[in-house]
Write a protein that binds this ligand. Structure first.
Ligand code: 5AD
Ligand code: SF4
Length: 482
């Protein structure tokens, strides 16, 4: 069944609701659409929605699925939160992500008072925490529905339940093996798309809440992934981003195991697909086979995000990362030798419990040895329920902050030295959008993920063009169309 073609008009709403997915959800989408049409008549206007995404690429992808369902129901997507249906797709990886959501809920309450038709849905990682749900139940009673990371596909069914109930709907699943295929998805870009290849994480890094809120690792079948990518390409997509918390362990638990590298080889063969990206890679699982496949590939982009988290072997052990400083450096070296033009990026946590000045200097040492093109640096944030939260020797805030500043300076110095390396060269750029500062310019991306701004007309959006990288401006280039 091709879901995008599934016609809601053909669904018999008098009949019983189907028990299998995705048919069940299409039934509820049809039911909700009937309600939306009725409301439109009553209010004499279209009903609007927006999905606000906090957090990572996984959440961005989930938001596209939520938007796909709401569009199918008949809502019209707009910017901002003054809408008839707002979804906050939340993140909880660090404490400040939670704080931001609570801060904005007060604002939503004000909007709902003005628009009694407004529905407010909260979903995503933060909602998988019991303490969060309790707090919302108690202090934010105007919220209409709460669901988690495992059942976003049920949005229409939950909305229907809410329409027949006077109270907040809460539906949180603790874990699941269910992967529902063939639901609608509303892509933000016509020419590039994220594709989930796996869900969840089994690594249990001791600081990280993800395995608790996203559940155990589950890989999608390669046939389903390939089918989705083929359909995307037929629909105009030329670049895909394969998404998973740890893509390097893709396929290991499937009935017929397959490696991530093998999946890439199969995807490479899809005609019309021009670029393949993926994230995130775990250093402990990065295989020689993958490096070989990347090296020989014409489509896999010259960018690898390889989170190191810390350069100290002691801290890495406490983090449960399963590699040492030396083994990480060895993998990074292998990658750079195989692909000298690759851009390496990373994530680093500063102030993990027990981190001494010596440990921190090991991190600086790794940064200087690997020479990352860019690095996301984070202050360690305590997440309740994780092993690190109760570890001894939590680092004092001012000490962590001072280390963070030193790290950032080093990261930026090196990144600044590296970005200029392509100056004067002609490179292929995927044009993404009209420049937000100056509309006579376009903005696009190199294979290595660096942004390029150059003069051109918006007809080029979504196309691969050759651009001379005339001038490096720190973290991006100004170029000329060739
Ligand atoms: N504190 C700080 N940073 C964290 N990350 C994950 N958990 C925490 C935490 N508790 C960072 C890691 C990860 C990135 C997505 O977020 O660096 O790679
Ligand atoms: Fe968190 Fe580690 Fe899994 Fe990444 S690999 S999501 S840091 S537990």
């Amino acid at each position: 069944m091709s879901s995008l073609l599934m016609n809601l008009d053909e669904i018999d709403l008098e009949g019983k609701e189907p028990l299998t997915e995705p048919e069940r959800q299409y039934y509820f989408m049809a039911k909700c659409r009937k309600w939306v049409r009725h409301k439109e008549k009553e209010l004499n206007r279209a009903l609007t929605f927006s999905v606000v995404t906090f957090g990572c690429q996984m959440n961005a992808k989930d938001s596209e699925k939520l938007a796909g369902i709401l569009e199918k129901i008949g809502y019209v997507q707009v910017e901002g939160e003054e809408v008839d249906f707002v979804v906050y797709n939340t993140c909880t990886v660090r404490e400040n992500a939670n704080t931001r959501v609570y801060g904005r809920l007060g604002y939503l309450n004000g909007l709902k008072r003005k628009n009694p038709n407004m529905m407010i849905a909260l979903c995503g990682c933060m909602m998988q925490e019991d303490a969060v749900v309790d707090k919302i139940k108690k202090s934010y009673r105007f919220v209409d529905m709460i669901f988690g990371t495992h059942n976003i596909f049920k949005l229409a069914e939950l909305m229907d339940t809410r329409l027949h109930s006077k109270t907040m709907i809460i539906d949180i699943w603790k874990d699941t093996n269910l992967i529902v295929e063939d639901l609608p998805s509303e892509r933000k870009y016509s020419f590039k798309a994220g594709v989930n290849i796996m869900y969840g994480c089994n690594n249990f890094c001791s600081y990280c809440i993800v395995p608790y809120v996203r559940g155990r690792e589950r890989s999608r079948n390669p046939e389903d992934i390939i089918k989705e990518v083929r359909e995307l390409v037929a629909d105009g997509v030329i670049e895909i981003m394969l998404l998973g918390q740890n893509v390097n362990s893709y396929g290991k638990n499937l009935k017929e195991p397959i490696s991530f590298a093998e999946l890439l080889v199969q995807l490479e063969q899809i005609e019309g697909l021009k670029r393949i990206r993926f994230m995130t890679s775990h250093p402990k699982d990065l295989s020689d086979e993958l490096i070989e496949v990347m090296k020989n590939s014409k489509k896999i982009c010259r960018h690898l995000h390889l989170p190191v988290q810390s350069g100290s072997t002691d801290i890495l052990k406490k983090m449960n990362r399963n590699y040492t400083k030396e083994s990480y450096l060895k993998v990074a070296e292998k990658i750079k030798t195989a692909m000298p033009d690759i851009s390496l990026t990373t994530d680093i946590i500063v102030g993990f419990p027990g981190e001494t000045e010596e440990d921190f200097l090991e991190t600086l040492d790794v940064v200087k040895k690997v020479r990352y093109d860019s690095a996301y640096t984070f202050l360690y944030s305590k997440r309740s329920g994780t092993p690190a939260c109760v570890m001894e020797n939590q680092v004092e805030d001012p000490v962590a902050k001072e280390r963070f500043d030193r790290l950032l300076k080093t990261v930026q110095e090196i990144a600044g030295e590296l970005t200029g390396k392509l100056e004067g060269m002609v490179e292929e750029v995927l044009v993404e959008e009209v420049n937000t500062q100056d509309s006579s310019f376009l903005t696009g991306r190199l294979s290595n993920n660096t942004l390029v701004h150059f003069k051109g007309s918006d007809e080029l959006i979504g196309k691969l063009v050759s651009v001379k990288l005339s001038q490096c401006k720190g973290f991006y280039y100004f170029g000329e169309l060739i």
